[in-house]
Design a protein around this ligand. Structure first.
Ligand code: AVJ
Length: 323
């Protein structure tokens, strides 16, 4: 695999600054959900995707498997594919396989973690006539770098799968897609995965599974702060909770302090007081109303060209075209 890198802020300093800002702010304490994905967190997320209660990833995969050829009919033969957050690369195989019949292509997975890029390369390197260029970077700076390498007659096809878009706060999803759009040219396309609204009980089961895998995934964020920032969290003094916020249509994950306690974090040079029952908000996972996706497209400079939905687990993969 060839590698492309972009200048970046030393990750550790940024992590310490974000943790400090999120835990010392007035009101609801919070931590950015992107920090859930260190090596252990990524492995726990992979386990979540196998849980019977978490249908999201299977729905996404069914859609891509079934409709990859149909999706490919919308994409010109001279194409460069880039993916925001490649994950394991398993779902992407279907798309690359459907596109390569039109001729050789290059694939640029963008990931902040080099470990994830390596997994993705191992999973996909055997696909004939596809060359992989890993981009170790944040999404937008990585995509800018990819767009620079594109020739005049080449279409840029961006994949943003798995409903990662749902982790952005209200309004920030359209803002992010607008920034993606600004890197593209009119006619370029984006395949966007979005989890759809479904009954609340189903959602809570998916985010608070009886085996406790999601709880382990969430609590690992405190473990990561201990390991990387000299935090002194006792993970047994916190519990995982998942709740549905009806005002924002999002499943929220929190970590709730079981008692009054104070926790030191050396690298942040701070100590944090918790009251009994106080929570740290660690993730929001927005669930889209089917009609809202077209609005999301037009609010961010795209038109909705085609859409595929799963009926067993409401989920949509939508093809947006830059206008
Ligand atoms: C990977 C962001 C799509 O929001 O469903 C799974 C992460 N969090 N269980 C999601 C997650 C708790 C997941 N995404």
């Amino acid at each position: 695999m060839t590698m492309l890198t972009t200048p970046k802020v030393p990750i550790q300093n940024q992590f310490a600054a974000d943790v400090r800002a999120g835990l010392t702010r007035a009101g609801q304490k919070e931590l950015p959900s992107k920090y859930l994905y260190d090596n252990l967190g990524s492995a726990l997320f992979d386990a979540i995707t196998l849980l019977p209660e978490y249908g999201l990833t299977r729905a996404d995969e069914r859609l891509l498997q079934r409709h990859a050829r149909d999706i490919a009919t919308h994409i010109p033969a001279k194409v460069m594919v880039s993916e925001l957050g490649s994950g394991s690369g398993r779902k992407t195989r279907y798309i690359l396989n459907a596109l390569r019949v039109h001729g050789p292509l290059s694939y640029y997975p963008i990931e902040i973690s080099s470990a994830a890029l390596a997994t993705c390369e191992a999973e996909l390197c055997d696909i004939e006539s596809v060359s992989i260029v890993g981009v170790e970077s944040e999404y937008l700076s990585g995509l800018t770098e990819v767009a620079k390498r594109r020739e005049a007659d080449t279409h840029l096809f961006v994949l943003f799968l798995g409903s990662t878009i749902g982790n952005f706060d209200a309004g920030a999803d359209a803002k992010f897609l607008r920034e993606v759009r600004n890197i593209l040219r009119p006619g370029d396309s984006l395949l966007l995965g979005t989890d759809l609204l479904k009954p609340i009980e189903k959602l809570i089961d998916a985010y608070d599974d009886p085996r406790g895998v999601t709880a382990a995934f969430n609590l690992n964020l405190l473990g990561r702060i201990n390991r990387e920032l000299g935090g002194e969290f006792d993970l047994r003094r916190f519990e995982h909770i998942a709740r549905f916020n009806e005002a924002t249509n999002s499943v929220e994950m929190h970590l709730r302090s079981k008692r009054v306690q104070t926790v030191n974090i050396k690298a942040c040079d701070c100590s944090i007081d918790f009251t009994a029952g106080e929570t740290i908000w660690t993730e929001s996972s927005h669930k889209y109303a089917p009609e809202s996706i077209e609005q999301l497209a037009s609010a961010s400079g795209f038109a909705l060209k085609a859409q595929w939905t799963d009926d067993r687990w409401p989920f949509a993969n939508s093809l947006f075209v830059a206008v």
